[in-house]
Design a binder for this molecule. Structure first.
Ligand code: HSE
Length: 406
């Protein structure tokens, strides 16, 4: 019988325990043996929980119990999760985590320990909630050279944008609702300012290209500056504005990586992904475009991925080598953000066709402002254009790049 411990009994941890007992029979069939949750670690008291006999407050009970071969980490945040996960891996216990911050900051180090101890550090739940993306990326798409990964990687911001646009809900009300549904991070500014999506694109980039990409090296902008006028112009142009995490492999061997709101044309399925749903497009040299879609946050969608990893850990008690990347030593690996190329959307307060150049104008009803989309240009040149317009008395109210996937 496989004995499991769950670290953290919050939204995701309680989802893992509830889902495990709901589908225990099927989970055991998939794992190929009986499975039991022996411990649940949390410093809080849960006197009404049906699993209160399993609750412990001392991590040492778990790490020193040789019966425990597999651990699910659902605490979130860097500490104490990092110390606990490291200690488990150093004892040869496989770990399955939903913790994006942990994987994005410490993934290379923890994978190296797992490799040394011949156990597994799995993190399917860390990107895209319920969406199977980590395992498909390194297994099903393992024969491909990955060219690009782009998508909606944060459920909370997509939920907020959808509620604001479709139901005219205020930003604050939409955020409060996302929090009450268990979607948002402990500190929801991590969602709103793009840090959560940044961690996720770092994890995907690290896995796809084999070198750890740290969040601090990624240009990151959240959704705070999106105005309803931009949404209206986007609709009139034939697209939606979405918070997009994106990474592209360049011929030079470097990567372009960013998190920012982008104008997504309706011809791209990502533009139609609403609510808490996430969507990730992966482009490979053999498969061309593939799309992964599902609930990006929430108790059971996230628990689904954690429990699947527990099953994998029980079945594969040796290290799975395809799910590995190394430490990054090349500080030039991430190309400067301003060198990226894109069509650009501008919203300005005055017309001046001489300064705008050869652009595609967008006409929207009831709008006293001007919006246009440029041809493909370097971000650096887009910034120069913005400065030139402002020097000529034109206020640039928005500048957003377009998501064009080749
Ligand atoms: N706060 C995250 C989101 C949770 O909204 O996507 C899932 O990672």
């Amino acid at each position: 019988m496989a004995k499991v411990a769950v670290l953290g009994y919050g939204v995701v941890g309680s989802g893992v325990v509830d889902l495990f007992y709901k589908n225990k029979h099927q989970i055991e069939k998939k794992a190929g043996e009986e499975v039991e949750i022996k411990y649940i670690l949390d410093i809080r008291d849960f006197p009404d929980s049906p699993y209160k006999d399993k609750l412990v407050k001392d991590f040492n009970i778990i790490v020193n119990d040789d019966d425990i071969k597999v651990v699910a980490e659902c605490m979130g945040g860097l500490e104490p999760a990092y110390s606990f996960v490291k200690a488990c891996l150093e004892k040869g216990k496989s770990v399955s985590t939903s913790n994006k911050e942990l994987v994005a900051e410490k993934g290379a180090e923890l994978l190296a320990i797992a490799k040394k101890m011949d156990c597994n550090f799995f993190f399917e739940a860390s990107v895209g909630g319920a969406i199977p993306i980590i395992r498909p990326l390194h297994r099903c798409l393992g024969a491909n050279e990955i060219k690009e990964i782009s998508g909606i990687l944060n459920g909370t911001t997509n939920f907020i944008l959808t509620k604001m646009i479709n139901e005219q809900m205020s930003f604050e009300d939409a955020l409060n609702l996302a929090q009450s549904l268990g979607y948002a991070e402990k500190d929801p500014t991590d969602d709103v300012d793009g840090n959560d999506a940044c961690r996720k694109i770092c994890i995907l980039a690290s896995l796809a290209f084999g070198k750890h990409v740290y969040p601090k090296s990624v240009y990151t902008k959240g959704i705070r500056d999106i105005a309803l006028k931009d949404v209206e112009f986007a609709k009139a142009w034939g697209g939606s504005i979405k918070l997009i995490g994106s990474v592209k492999k360049l011929d030079s061997g470097k990567i372009h990586i960013s998190v920012e709101p982008k104008l997504v044309p309706y011809s791209n399925l990502i533009s139609r992904v609403d609510d808490v749903f996430n969507a990730v497009m992966v482009v490979g040299d053999a498969v061309d475009k593939t799309m992964f879609y599902g609930r990006g946050a929430g108790k059971f969608p996230t628990a689904s991925a954690v429990v699947a990893d527990l099953i994998e850990s029980i079945k594969h008690d040796r290290m799975v080598f395809s799910q590995y990347w190394g430490e990054s030593t090349d500080s030039n690996y991430v190309e400067e953000y301003c060198k990226a190329q894109s069509r650009m959307y501008f919203r300005v307060d005055k017309m001046n066709s001489d300064l705008f150049g050869d652009v595609e104008y967008i006409s929207a009803d009831d709008n006293d402002e001007i919006a246009f989309v440029t041809h493909i240009m370097c971000i650096k040149d887009a910034v120069k254009l913005k400065i030139k317009l402002e020097e000529n008395g034109i206020k640039v109210k928005s500048m957003i790049s377009v998501l064009d996937i080749d």
